[in-house]
Design a protein around this ligand. Structure first.
Ligand code: CP
Length: 333
């Protein structure tokens, strides 16, 4: 692997390898000294053209735990606001000796452009591009499912104590809400399919993308029926992305109250879930819209754990992209 741009590019072996490496990274994080020397002398640039809390901070933490030098670049307050192009920004990062660039961009495809235009000689990690992809989010979601659910579905190998060694075959995952604008949904559908899980997307018709029939998943407009009849092992609630809704949210659903009534996860729906089922959300949450406070703070919710797992997953991604070629130099964990 040279870059991490899309979960659709990952083979099953590559995806499982990333999750296994993340488990190894997580094990190192319970040591008294959390910092590893693995990427000493390497430079990671966090290049964020869109707002972020979780992804930016956890990539920074991951890179620092691997001893890389980290440069944080936010489009706000940079020469991008004076009209500098992506190409000239990339050439500047190249001149500064970036070994890896973590990029979040409002334009779908911007990380591909950075990886393949020849402006940079660095590994490119997609930290979310437009409505297209968010591969490390899907990997941390799969890692979290594996920790909680591996061994639950029929045909799964029994997991080791830490869940390592089992894939997600046969698990049922419901992804609910604003699928249309969600790079998290696209990244998860591709990765979960590769790992053998079954996915049902649940959304109002106005928030289902054109062409969804070609995706490797089922689609439903009925959340209650999906919970009652399909019995998912995990329910992943998606944020209603009002900032991407041209014409405002009113162009997609009649009112927040109606959206919540039909597609929100509340205490009543929470009570319908199987005992072992987990509730996920990539964050940031619209509490009271797609998820109630009772659901977000319930024992079934693994939302804070998803954030914590993001550090180990991003350490794994940086390690495999940046140190994989130096394994002969003794980069043992
Ligand atoms: N899940 C996620 O991408 O969150 P941030 O926008 O805070 O990075």
């Amino acid at each position: 692997m040279r870059h991490l741009l899309s979960t659709a590019d990952l083979s099953k072996d590559e995806a499982v390898g990333l999750l296994d490496t993340a488990a190894q990274m997580a094990a190192t994080q319970s040591r008294e000294i959390k910092k590893l020397p693995t990427l000493r002398g390497r430079t990671v640039v966090n290049l964020f053209f869109e707002d972020s809390t979780r992804t930016r901070i956890s990539f920074e933490t991951a890179a620092k735990r691997l001893s890389a030098d980290v440069i944080n670049f936010s489009a706000k307050g940079s020469s991008v606001s004076k009209g500098e192009s992506l190409k000239d920004t990339a050439l500047t990062l190249h001149a500064m000796g970036a070994d890896a660039v973590v990029v979040r961009h409002w334009a779908s495809g911007a990380p591909y452009q950075l990886a393949h235009a020849g402006w940079l000689d660095a590994a490119v990690l997609n930290a979310g591009d437009g409505t297209h992809m968010h591969p490390t989010q899907a990997l941390l979601d799969a890692y979290t499912m594996r920790r909680h659910l591996a061994g639950r579905a029929g045909g799964l190998a029994a997991p080791a104590d830490d869940g390592v060694g089992a894939d997600l075959a046969g698990l049922r995952i419901a992804i609910v809400g604003d699928v249309l604008h969600s790079r998290v949904a696209r990244a998860n559908v591709a990765l979960l399919h590769t790992l053998g899980a079954e996915v049902t997307l649940v959304a109002p018709p106005t928030l289902v993308p054109v062409g969804v029939e070609a995706w490797p998943c089922r689609t439903s407009y009925d959340l209650d029926a999906t919970l009652a009849d399909w019995r998912p092992d995990a329910v992943m609630m998606l944020r209603v992305q009002r900032e991407r809704m041209s014409g405002g949210a009113g162009a997609f659903f009649p009112s927040p109250l109606e959206y919540t009534r039909y597609y929100g996860l509340d205490a009543r729906r929470l009570a319908q879930l199987a005992d072992h089922a987990i509730v996920m959300h990539p964050g940031p949450m619209n509490r009271g819209l797609e998820i109630s406070a009772e659901a977000a703070d319930s024992d079934k919710a693994v939302i804070v754990e998803q954030v914590a797992n993001g550090i180990a997953v991003r350490m794994a991604a940086l390690y495999l992209l940046m140190a994989g070629d130096r394994s002969a130099e003794g980069n043992d964990l």
